[in-house]
Design a binder for this molecule. Sequence first.
Ligand code: EZ4
Ligand code: CO
Length: 404
Amino acid sequence: MQISHAYTIVTCPGRNFVTLKIVTDEGAYGVGDATLNGRELAVKAYLDEHVIPCLIGRDPRNIEDTWQYLYRGAYWRRGPVTMAAISAVDMALWDLKGKLAGMPVYQLLGGRSRRGAMVYGHANGRDHAEAVEAVGRYIDQGFKAIRVQAGIPGLSKVYGVGSGSEAGGYEPAQKGLPPEEPWDTALYLRHTPELFRKVREKYGFDHHLLHDAHHRLTPIEAAQLGKSLEPYRLFWIEDATPAENQESFRLIRQHTTVPLAVGEVFNSIWDCKDLIREQLIDYIRTAIVHAGGITHVRRIADYASMYQVRTGFHGATDMSPVCMAAAINFDLWVPNFGIQELMPHTQETDAVFPHSYRFEDGYMVMDEVPGLGVDIDEKLAAQYPYDRAYLPVARLSDGTMWNW
Ligand code: EZ4
Ligand code: CO
């Protein structure tokens, strides 16, 4: 059996997605997500120009060897573009292997460890009242876990908070050049504890609450936030501080017992190693599409399990349903599962990527379908041409660039 051809498909049913399709000489195929938000065509070119020519003629069943070939063989290891491309190949090969075996990928990994994967949704509001109300809507839908973000008085726009009509959590792609958003840490630290006080006061303590600081804080500021949120018993604070310098998390840990999650921008086990080994985090958020596919993320999860660090994979709308399907297969198996992020894709996106996963009473479940249980409707995809879009950037009030 050989890979006879492979190609990338770019589509924009609301936001841009890059998909890799790998086809065998016997006509079987697998799909992989290759989407890197705001840098989509770099991954497409990496695949088209450099990876696909090396895939032709290979035995698609040798997933591990192909992974090592693309990782070691590039000489230039790691980085988001390289790793997104490797992830796409890896996902497509697992999908294909599942189809060949007539089994879901979670069966190939070792079978089900649970009935469904607990997910958290995004409740947000332009002010506290709107955010508190949004939490109620998620509770009504059956969510067991809810991320809460709110606008900050004095700031015109805040990460994670759409305009009113987007209160359901859809995060729009940003057309044109990167939009600029203001940031002020002092205001954020002053108002955030109050938001969680109000949510707990209204709904009690029966639901898990999460919060994303989105890399905005220094370690000591993150420690302050953690201490101030302790009374509200959060499931986690995410991306409390940027993690290029992994030892930053030591300082946060010395001061607060709030659980910490990090890793949505990580692209290999090396980004996680010290954080996990020193038990500086509680949840690892690597996405299957950005951290080397199922093959590599499994290595990360196994390493994390030695230190009682659990998974909490990134699941925002800029990962396509192909990545979501891979994540849910993984979540159903992985012994040290924590939680899965869930943001609803647009109806247009769901139509381009027919899938078998679905939300049921706070969990993602999926049927016993071969492979990843997701596909791409190429005809429909062709109706949505690529439309360049960027993530926003953040600036302090004096104009200084900050972390978005
Ligand atoms: O900003 O996926 O937890 N979720 C997030 C996301 C990220 C986007 C970046 O592409 O932080 O909303
Ligand atoms: Co995040």
